[in-house]
Design a protein around this ligand. Structure first.
Ligand code: CO8
Length: 258
């Protein structure tokens, strides 16, 4: 397989790092980038040496949206028959935690990509928005759904209908992002969080992600039932014995990773 041209893929310890790398178009998400990013995510998900994943962009832009130049003349049949946006649907099949480290613009598809990740760490200068309406279209990879679940109907309607952007402080206040850090600390903060996660009992991490995601599917009773079964299943893992034994014996746990 040839090396990717639109992203940089690295492994830092047990963290898989994907850096969006189309600086001339502020990391506009074209079809090639979608294919390359999903291939990298799937490879990290299958790699026992990796426990969690970080997706980041540049200081100026996480991603300024889908590639407008690529889309501008696309006919309906091309979108429909070739499922140009299809690769992004596979992000939800990734079982390891994915952190979005967002600096600068996260607009349109860029905001949606950040929302596809499990949580967002933003730099102070991050800007979030769904400006598709200004181009005569609307969000296409979950913005109308995930943004609404993240921030509620009123603000989601405001952003999707007016196309205005919000800054990191407001994004934090409404729960769109988990943490805001100084711009110079962004990657470090995301890598540290990812490193912490990657150090834990890997099956429990996978179960925890699955359990939280259940909160967005089906009724509460089903989510609670699913959580209980996963909780019980955690006791079948070596890491549970190690974690609890370490606590009882007042020592640091050592979770084994292959
Ligand atoms: N697509 C293609 N090229 C882009 C994009 C983009 N989304 N955003 C910026 N660029 C290019 C510019 O054309 C410019 O190129 P050039 O230097 O060749 O003229 C370069 O990046 C730098 O941009 P600007 O000169 O405009 O930089 P400014 O600092 O003046 O402005 C902005 C930055 C405000 C981010 C501005 O570039 C902008 O408004 N960009 C478009 C934002 C936008 O509308 N995004 C939504 C796109 S539609 C979408 O995302 C659909 C979602 C559903 C599918 C998702 C699939 C992934």
């Amino acid at each position: 397989t040839s090396s990717p041209q639109t992203i940089i893929v690295e492994r830092r310890d047990r963290v898989g790092l994907i850096t969006l790398n189309r600086p001339k178009s502020l990391n506009a998400l074209n079809g090639q980038l979608a294919i390359e990013a999903l291939a990298a995510l799937k490879a990290f998900d299958a790699d026992d040496r990796v426990g969690s994943i970080v997706i980041t962009g540049s200081a100026r832009a996480f991603a300024a949206g889908a590639d407008i130049a690529e889309m501008a003349e696309k006919p309906f049949t091309d979108f429909y028959m070739n499922d140009f946006l299809g690769p992004w649907d596979d992000v939800k099949s990734i079982s390891k935690p994915i952190i979005a480290a967002v600096g600068g613009f996260a607009l349109g598809g860029g905001c949606e990509l950040a929302l596809l990740c499990d949580f967002i760490i933003a730099s102070e200068d991050a800007q979030f928005g769904q400006p598709e309406i200004k181009l005569g279209i609307l969000p296409g990879i979950g913005g109308s759904q995930r943004l609404t679940r993240a921030v509620g109907k009123s603000l989601a309607m405001d952003l999707v209908l007016t196309g205005r952007t919000i800054g990191a402080a407001e994004a934090k206040a409404v729960g769109l992002v988990a943490r805001v850090v100084p711009s110079s600390d962004l990657l470090q903060a995301a890598l540290e969080a990812a490193h912490t996660i990657a150090g834990y009992n890997a099956p429990a991490v996978k179960m925890a992600k699955e359990a939280v995601n259940r909160a967005f599917e089906g009724p509460l009773s089903e989510g609670l039932r699913h959580e209980r079964l996963l909780f019980q299943a955690a006791f079948a893992t070596e890491g549970q014995k190690e974690g609890m034994n370490a606590f009882v014996n007042k020592r640091a746990p050592v979770f084994r990773h292959r």
